[in-house]
Design a protein around this ligand. Sequence first.
Ligand SMILES: O=C(O)c1ccccc1NCC(=O)[C@H](O)[C@H](O)COP(=O)(O)O
Length: 213
Amino acid sequence: MNAQPPAIKFCGLTRVADVEIACALDVDYIGFVFAHGSPRRVDLARAVELAEAARRQPRQARIVALVRDSSPGDVDAVVAAVRPDLLQFHGSEDEASCSRFGIPYWKALGVLGVDDAQAHVETSHPSAEALLLDAHAPGGAGGSGHALDWSQWPRTPRRLVLAGGLRPDNVANAITLTRPFAVDVSSGIESAPGVKDPQRMAAFVAAVRACDH
Ligand SMILES: O=C(O)c1ccccc1NCC(=O)[C@H](O)[C@H](O)COP(=O)(O)O
């Protein structure tokens, strides 16, 4: 349970203008997706451009590089080029595979169809800065727009990030039911995959910051 208002992560940013809006809204994290097959995937050159834009902003968001079962060499290349504040592992990476880069990381756990998410949370990736519980089956892709059953949210002292199907009109209720460390959104603030909508971005932030925490 968290008494603090949840942090906000905008994920799947692909355009400099959207990075600038996210930073102006003072969101806490911005995520760049390197996972193959994602409609929000960026290459290294674009990610460097986006990261440089973020670092020019008066308000700094932590930069999150999202990978899914990438090779260590590919992750090393992302780390060297983008210099992210955080890595987010979205595949079947184990604790050693995630912690080997010496950078704080979040581990995404697909929990759809998992019998006991509570046990999953208690035992997974002890060195993770946070666990991101997402509305997909283990090994599946994020960015689905599908929501979890928030009533089944695990109770744990570990930092949990709520993801999956969040939108400006449902995020306050999701926070009330789960009291997460952070909320993570991608499709719920978009007009098309990878194209964030300024009004939805602002509405999402306003809804999070207005909710009773
Ligand atoms: O966003 C993607 O396209 C994506 C593809 C493959 C792996 C992970 C991906 N996104 C990870 C995220 O953290 C998303 O923000 C999260 O799944 C929530 O997405 P949404 O339900 O669209 O808000």
